[in-house]
Design a protein around this ligand. Structure first.
Ligand code: 13P
Ligand code: SF4
Length: 330
């Protein structure tokens, strides 16, 4: 068994696993014994998605974390998602298979700098995208996700002044959809800024019947080419409901697993990045593995802790988002 120092340093439990162990069966057994639930984001590895009790986008995962009866939530996602689950269910234990599974977008907005930025606009309401730290949420009035950002902004009075952070691309998309003049924080996601416009144009020429679908964290020139823009759940639903048989997908590649499962006769092509790396795989999401998930559930570590004062301040803007979403049927 590793020491706490070792786990903190590596981010996960590094323990040998017998080669003949049926990890899937063990995880299912441990889940029952411990009354644990596994919540997974669509960007996780397929084998993690396949063992999860619930797979979803950021909004769906928050809604699920708020209502689960489990004693332990194993969050197969990244740090800010597990933190959000802890804030919504502070009496439950929340585990993250690799505590170093972070987020470049969240990192692009340190709370101490945002506090200075916010002070410049004292009459503005602060809306933050859920992809941020608990400290940043504690400085916010309302949280949003990619599936409800437009509706949340539209639910506010037209003359309401707004600061939106940390994602400038989602912010610019929301401004376009709502015609609101929001002040934006200059943050972005490393995965969604990697798509190459010229390569997508060429790919579209080679697949003229394909629908090009994109996540709103992408930059404006990419979104301008899209037949559909939406959250991961939105993209998945579009792939199911649209009669097209080919789709070029501009988001993290993990979502393609569910698209292929739901549409066995359709073809999904990941949008190309601007170099030869696999940069549209999120290096943070992909830190989690089935082995780490098993060891995390077995040892109940690494565990997410959020200071009580931050939980209290961050819960209000998240609950405000959940209330507005419930009212709008999202
Ligand atoms: P959604 O799950 O809201 O589509 O967001 C995608 C994302 O980047 C999560 O990190
Ligand atoms: Fe963060 Fe981007 Fe990875 Fe989502 S895909 S977790 S926004 S770095």
């Amino acid at each position: 068994m590793n020491s706490f120092e070792e786990i903190n340093l590596k981010g996960f439990i590094d323990e040998p696993i017998a080669a003949d162990l049926d990890i899937v069966a063990e995880i299912n057994k441990l889940k029952k014994e411990k009354n644990a639930v596994i919540l997974a984001h669509y960007y996780q590895e397929p084998d993690i998605q396949d063992i999860a009790d619930y797979i979803g986008d950021s909004l769906g995962l928050s809604q699920e974390a708020a209502k689960t009866n489990a004693d332990i939530i194993v969050f197969a996602g990244v740090h800010f998602m597990a933190e959000t689950a802890k804030i919504l269910s502070p009496n439950k234990r929340v585990l993250l298979p690799d505590s170093k599974a972070g987020c470049s977008l969240s990192d692009s907005c340190p709370a101490h700098l945002f506090k200075i930025f916010k002070a410049k606009y004292p009459d503005h309401l602060v809306i933050t995208y859920v992809n941020c730290t608990a400290e940043l949420k504690a400085l916010s009035d309302i949280v949003c996700t990619s599936s409800n950002a437009v509706q949340i902004v539209n639910s506010l009075p037209a003359n309401q002044k707004i600061i939106f952070g940390p994602d400038k691309n989602l912010g610019a998309y929301v401004i376009k959809q709502t015609a609101r003049d929001m002040v934006l924080w200059n943050g972005a996601c490393m995965v969604h800024e990697i798509f190459a416009q010229q390569k997508i144009v060429k790919l579209k020429e080679r697949h003229p019947e394909a629908k090009f679908i994109a996540h709103p964290e992408c930059e404006e020139p990419i979104l301008a080419m899209a037949d559909y823009i939406g959250s991961t759940t939105g993209l998945l639903n579009y792939s199911i409901n649209n009669p097209a048989t080919e789709f070029i997908v501009a988001t993290e590649t993990g979502i393609i697993h569910q698209m292929e499962k739901a549409n066995p006769n359709k073809v999904f092509i990941p949008a190309p990045p601007n170099n030869l790396c696999a940069c549209n795989d999120c290096p943070h999401m992909k830190r989690n593995t089935l082995e780490k998930l098993y060891l995390c559930l077995k040892n109940e570590l690494p565990e997410i802790e959020v200071p009580l004062d931050i939980i209290e301040k961050a819960r209000k803007p998240i609950e405000r988002m959940l209330d507005i979403s419930a009212r709008l049927g999202l």
